[in-house]
Design a binder for this molecule. Structure first.
Ligand code: SF4
Length: 313
């Protein structure tokens, strides 16, 4: 299999299971610079929508390769090494994907563009939308997500409220907590007030699991996440704590493990154990490919929370 530019995975997704990713914006075109970002820091946060990658090129690669992945993925996920809704050809992309496959199609978004009419209408076409909502006050939003300067939390909240009432698919709101930043009792009360007006399938609570963009970002504890989920549930908000990876990749002779590992690590750092679970191979088999990729200077090892993560060099 020649190296793919836009497709990666099936990747381990804590939310969606076996997810074949489609990367529709290059690193690191994003409107935020989240402390916990796994892709690294955003040099300059932007809100400008452009065809950063062209719909025609993405769909060509998807069409030519999807049959190799079809039995190995549960969902096709539009994402990016940044914010996918900044690709101004998003509508052509979702329309094109739907012409090629009936698999559910998800999108991960940081929600900063949901008030833009074209984005809003394209999001309605997805089967699953996963918007982030780490903060509901300007000061906490600035502290955790370091937004582009024109972004207003009110636009995000009102856009998400409106969207949730019209949308017919599954809406999984994701909140990522960073210790001492967005985890105060007062902020949780404010989050609950906002979430009471949003109709969603689930609110998924998580924390930092991989090396973050800023070393000042620390994870909250599992106890905190469980207690917070209980508080949300008491307030009739369908919360859950996101756990480990939920799926196992079935190996296939038509796929080259070396390239798949490289494609996966371009999108997120992983441990040997993560990759062993995803690809259904022993850690020693994974390690053989890892050693070659390190020799080729394509990836490197990083240490975080007593674990070794592999990421692109
Ligand atoms: S986590 Fe997502 S939204 Fe935040 S900086 Fe990284 S790519 Fe952008």
């Amino acid at each position: 299999m020649s190296e793919l530019k836009y497709l990666f995975g099936p990747a381990p997704s804590r939310r969606l299971g076996r997810s074949l990713g489609i990367n529709i914006v290059p690193a690191k075109i994003c409107s935020l610079d989240c402390l916990y970002c796994e892709v690294g820091r955003t040099k300059k946060a932007v809100m400008q929508r452009k065809p950063y990658y062209k719909a025609g090129d993405i769909l060509k690669e998807f069409k030519e390769n999807f049959n190799k992945f079809e039995d190995l993925c549960d969902v096709v996920t539009v994402t990016g090494a940044g914010e996918p809704t900044l690709n101004s050809e998003l509508d052509n992309i979702i329309t094109g994907i739907k012409e090629i496959t009936d698999k559910p199609c998800a999108i991960l978004t940081n929600t900063t563009t949901i008030h833009i009419k074209e984005v809003y209408e394209s999001l309605l076409k997805f089967d699953i939308v996963v918007p982030s909502l780490d903060a509901v006050t300007d000061s906490i939003f600035k502290a955790v997500n370091l937004p582009e300067k024109s972004i207003d939390t009110e636009n995000i909240i009102s856009g998400l409220e409106k969207f949730s009432k019209e949308y017919k698919g599954k809406l999984f709101i994701e909140i990522l907590f960073c210790k001492n930043i967005n985890d105060s009792k007062e902020h949780i009360e404010k989050l609950i007030k906002v979430l009471e007006n949003i109709k969603c399938t689930k609110v998924q609570l998580g924390t930092i699991h991989r090396p973050p963009a800023y070393s000042t970002a620390y994870p909250v504890t599992d106890e905190f996440l469980l207690d917070t989920a209980k508080i949300f549930l008491k307030n009739n908000i369908p919360a859950e704590v996101t756990g480990g990876f939920s799926s196992v990749y079935k190996s296939s002779a038509s796929l080259n493990l070396h390239d798949l590992i490289h494609a996966l690590l371009k999108m997120r750092p992983c441990t040997l154990l993560d990759m062993s679970g995803v690809f259904g191979k022993s850690e020693s088999e994974i390690k053989e490919s890892i050693d070659i990729l390190i020799k080729e200077n394509k990836i490197k090892a990083e240490y975080y929370n007593s674990d070794t993560y592999y990421t692109t060099a």
